[in-house]
Design a protein around this ligand. Structure first.
Ligand code: SF4
Ligand code: FES
Length: 217
């Protein structure tokens, strides 16, 4: 069912009414209302994936928090971006993601900005961290596999934006990662060196060789 004029869907975001186009997601409604929620696996240039659960919000009547980036709006939906449970779960998710990295993400990265936004300080969780694994065989791109948080953005950038299909998600849980080609590395994959993967990566796991060299200088 659409809004009164038949054009849109009417929802509220933290009590403020907003009308969005049919098919809009909760995240789009939040942004249309001038609000925001953190995201991590979301890149507006790609189809939503719903992998990280960092965009959780509460919706009246739902049994628990829902991911804003993949949940479609319904007429009269009441969205709460400040829900305590959602905010607590999101913070814990990001802390767990950070706890698996051998080093803190560089300050300019999206993950580091997210940690600052959520005011995550000293690690609460300690456990197994990813061992360094570097693929620097490509002339323009470097893959530091240990910084990969398996958000899938590089894979989707390669498939959806470039159509090169050079990257594949591998493994599960702690062992989830991304491989180039048939594990032959970027250089020997179908990579066309467009840099879309490095551009979207929120941790700099994939980065351009020149940028990595500059950071090390
Ligand atoms: S390499 Fe970067 S963009 Fe790709 S899955 Fe890992 S963290 Fe995400
Ligand atoms: S940003 Fe929505 S699930 Fe990752």
């Amino acid at each position: 069912m659409s809004g009164a004029n038949g054009a849109g869907i009417r929802v509220t975001v933290d009590g403020s009414p907003v009308e969005v186009a049919p098919g809009s997601t909760v995240l789009e409604a939040i942004r249309a209302a001038g609000g925001s929620v953190p995201t991590l696996c979301y890149d507006e240039r790609q189809a939503p994936f719903g992998a990280c659960r960092v965009c959780l919000v509460a919706v009246a009547g739902a049994p628990g928090p829902v991911p804003a980036c993949t949940t479609p709006c319904r007429e009269q939906m009441q969205i709460d971006t400040r829900d305590d449970t959602a905010r607590r779960v999101v913070r814990t998710i990001v802390e767990l993601v950070l706890s698996e990295l051998p080093v803190a993400p560089a300050p300019h990265t999206e993950l580091a900005r997210l940690a600052r936004e959520l005011e995550i300080g000293a690690p609460r969780f300690t456990g197994e961290v990813h061992a360094p694994r570097l693929d620097d065989r490509h002339p323009y791109l470097v893959f530091q596999h240990e910084l990969c948080i398996s958000c899938g953005r590089c894979v989707r950038a390669c498939d959806e934006v470039q159509g090169a299909f050079a990257l594949t998600a591998t493994g599960r849980g702690f062992h989830a990662n991304v491989t180039a080609g048939l594990d032959a590395g970027f250089r020997d994959s179908t990579c066309v060196s467009c840099g879309a993967c490095a551009d979207t990566c929120p941790t700099d796991a994939i980065t351009e060789t020149t940028l990595l060299n500059l950071a090390a200088a």
